[in-house]
Design a protein around this ligand. Structure first.
Ligand code: NAP
Length: 432
């Protein structure tokens, strides 16, 4: 910290990496909310250095010194580094160097934390990570501080704003997946490589961080089940609605005996569920813990200002000297494989439109111990492939172990009367 020569006050001097969406949000907030930030932090917070690939002259960086070399942020005149470049390699180098020097660093980068966080957590240097999950929602400090005296049993989240935006647009406007993704990119919601969002990797990285903080276990992506949203169709969303559900992309982390279940995938959520109405780019996380019962946090999961708000929360705690370190165990965290988890399922079966087919399908499900709870078979939906009429049979099943469902799906697909891929989406039944 430096003493400002004019005011005689302490100043927290920031070196910021990146000049993109979140970095610009941080510059705006530091300017807009300067008075409140100074009061809360006990001192002004000023960006004194910026290092980024390109200068962007249209952005007002005040008195900050610009450099294209990230190492310039490790100078003695920087008290805290803020990493807002994204990606893994350069970010890892910057974070490791800062921590080695004992310089506090704040990052919004879940990708680098998911791959290297285990090396950095439990250390003595300060690493601020609030902005890395769920944008403006203060879920990390809720887990790390507010709930740290609880045993967390489970958490469920809508933690990828792009997936949620796309599914909402397909559901409410009937947009195609491609059009909805293009719009999300135009609005700046999608990551630079939208594959990370729509394939579920971004959500899995965030879930691995949430699980680490919730259960004090190491971060691991390897045993997390990852499924994206590209297989969900407008038709699935419409049938789900008829059955009283919405389809959302969810992350689920649950204590299951000695093991932990961690999975991200599309799921049917009851329209009346606490998070059934979470639409557009919003995120939500519900935590179930033994002392508090249930906590629900909902808010903006992305965007420059909301994410900068989370970065600032960390910076203010650092200025106060009250930032609490991450404490996670090193040897626990064995995962329950997805085939051993249990769920209800939405099935969409393209079946020949002739008598007896429904019975064949029912027999296979029954033999696997799977019941049918809600069934829609629309004659109005009859289609033709190679002159053969077929119709989608849509149902929600009773609870089944995933391995039994996989087996039943294999057998259904081999039926002559089943005319294509059976679409399966898990139903998220939360134990509130
Ligand atoms: N945007 C959101 O809503 C959001 C929400 C939560 C978390 N985050 C996380 O916040 C971080 C920043 O995201 P963002 O949306 O602000 O990204 P962005 O708009 O793409 O900005 C990244 C900035 O970093 C610069 N940069 C990238 N790689 C660099 C390198 N190797 N060396 C120097 N500069 C480099 C870029 O320079 P150029 O301009 O020259 O390319 C750009 O100025 C990411 O980790 C992201 O996952 C973002």
């Amino acid at each position: 910290m430096a003493i400002n020569s004019e005011s005689g006050q302490n100043v927290l001097r920031i070196g910021m990496a990146g000049l993109g969406t979140v970095a610009q949000g941080l510059l705006t907030l530091l300017n807009q909310n300067a008075e409140r930030i100074t009061r809360q932090a006990g001192m002004p917070i000023e960006v004194v250095r910026i290092a980024s690939r390109s200068r962007k002259p249209e952005i007002d960086i005040g008195d900050a010194v610009f450099d294209s070399d990230l190492e310039s942020l490790l100078d003695d005149d920087v008290d805290v580094v803020v990493e807002l470049i994204g990606g893994v390699d350069s970010a890892r180098e910057l974070i490791s160097s800062a921590l080695r020097q004992g310089k506090p660093i704040v990052t919004a980068n879940k990708a680098v934390l998911a791959s290297h966080g285990n090396d950095w957590f439990n250390g003595s240097a300060v690493l601020g990570i609030e902005a890395s999950v769920a944008g403006g929602i203060p879920i990390m400090s809720t887990l790390k501080n507010g709930l740290s005296g609880n045993s967390v049993d489970w958490l469920v989240g809508i933690i990828n704003g792009t997936c949620n935006y796309i599914l909402t647009a397909m559901d409410e406007q009937g947009s195609s997946f491609t059009d909805a993704l293009a719009k999300a990119q135009e609005l700046g919601y999608a990551e630079a490589d939208p594959g990370f969002d729509v394939d579920g990797v971004d959500a899995a990285q965030k879930l691995s961080l949430l699980a680490a903080l919730a259960f004090d276990i190491p971060i691991t992506l390897d045993d997390t089940y990852i499924e994206g949203i590209s297989g969900v169709t407008v038709e699935d969303l419409r049938y789900a609605r008829e059955l009283g559900f919405r389809i959302r992309h969810v992350g689920v982390a649950r204590r299951n005996g000695e093991k932990f279940e961690t999975r991200v995938h599309p799921a049917l959520i009851s329209a009346t569920d606490l998070i059934g109405d979470v639409s557009g780019v919003a995120n939500a996380v519900i935590v179930g813990a033994n002392a508090v019962g249930l906590i629900l946090l909902v808010g903006p999961g992305a965007g420059g200002l909301p994410t900068a708000s989370a970065v600032l929360g960390d910076l203010i705690e650092i200025a106060r000297g009250t930032y609490s370190r991450m404490r996670i165990g090193q040897n626990e965290g064995a995962r329950l494989p997805i085939v051993a988890t249990e769920s209800r399922y939405y099935l969409n079966i393209p079946a020949a439109d002739r008598p007896g087919v429904f019975g064949e399908i029912g027999d296979i499900l029954r033999q696997s111990g799977i019941s049918m709870e809600g069934v829609i078979q629309k004659q109005a939906a009859v289609r033709q492939t190679d002159g053969e009429p077929w119709v989608p049979i849509v149902m929600v099943t009773g609870r089944a172990v995933e391995a039994s469902m996989d087996d039943a799906l294999d057998r259904l697909s081999s039926l002559e009367s089943v005319r294509g891929r059976v679409r399966r989406i898990r139903v998220a039944d939360f134990d509130y």
